[in-house]
Design a protein around this ligand. Sequence first.
Ligand SMILES: Cc1ncc(COP(=O)(O)O)c(C=O)c1O
Length: 416
Amino acid sequence: MADVFGKERSALHRLAAQSTSRPYYRPLSPRGAEVGIDGRTVVMAGCNDYLGLSADPRVTEAAARALRRYGVSCSGSRVLNGTLALHEELEGRLAAFVGGEAALVTTTGFQANLALAALLDERDAVFADMSNHASLVDAVRLGGAAHHRYRHRDLGHLGRLLAASESASESASDPGRGRGRLIVTDGMFSMEGDLCPLPGIVELARRHGARLVVDGAHDIGLLGAGGRGVTEHFGLTGEVDLVTGTLSKCFGSVGGMLIGPASVVEHLRHSARSVLFSAAMPPPSAAAALASLDIIESEPERRRRVFGHARRLLAGLRSLGWDTGDSTTPVVPVYVGDSRLCLRVWQELLDAGVFTNAVVAPAVARNRALIRVTPQAIHTDDHITRVLDAFARVRRGLGRLLPAPGGPGRTEAVVA
Ligand SMILES: Cc1ncc(COP(=O)(O)O)c(C=O)c1O
């Protein structure tokens, strides 16, 4: 008889079990520009706290005050007993910052994206970039809508899919009701570090009468002169129907957000299962996010600094012969291609004193394994030099095992 506990190991599980490198679930301490691992201190070049706020004394002090005042947890969902004035203050501040009528904060960014399922049903069609975050993929599955995936950042493909769905516009299960159409994309892609072609997407959404949701998990706090995200970067604030995001990256905390028209936010507040049936964002996390927002608004130099590091890393890695794809941001992917080789590169970088992220399937397509390097505003120029020196050393050591720029690491992603 089949046993649900007898499932085959996932590809990631097999890879981790077979490899002598151990890049996953490694205890690290403390957090910051440098990190302890196995009793050594190495440069932390694999953390999404781009602005370096998670250990900023102003942020930790705000969290500590909230901890003393409200305790560790709300022990209940927002709807029944888990809403604090802190959550409402954060929602007001985030709506004003990102540029929307209203905001809903959730316990994680993953849950904010899952909440989108409440906008969908099987009569609708979603058009999604193939590199979208897993939480957006799961939201569409949960919502039961038809899922059309367009090639990464390919406006032509998106346009063709939208046009094709128009000719089949009537919902099969409910004749007479047109299909609701929704385009969903990451703003700044979490693995590739490139940006969605937002102006073209906005134009296609308008032309085809589709709603548009942008996940600003990586770009809110980082992109745009004021740090308001990819919409500000492209001068399109207010042109996106709904923006989602996380507080676990630029805000150095934990939590998620949805920002858009008040009527839609109210609908999500009362229907999204990931909101209704999960405990509220803990008070210290909400207070930390508010303190971080003050810093994001008042210290633009942090953004300049992290982008300076990113430019130096991208240029330095390319001149060493590494393939960094199309990234123009502080998510610096270094394409290795093969998953096993990627784990080996990760281990050698660690041996050379640098902690990075080994990213393999299912986070990327099987032939697109990469080392993700993420600088932070709290890194010094010397930290960046040490990262580049480590990559130079690994390249010398592994030599021809590695793909040349334009080699296997650059082949088009095939997303299952
Ligand atoms: C693009 C994107 N969306 C959503 C999330 C989920 O955010 P959280 O970590 O707050 O659950 C992430 C986090 O990895 C992400 O990269």
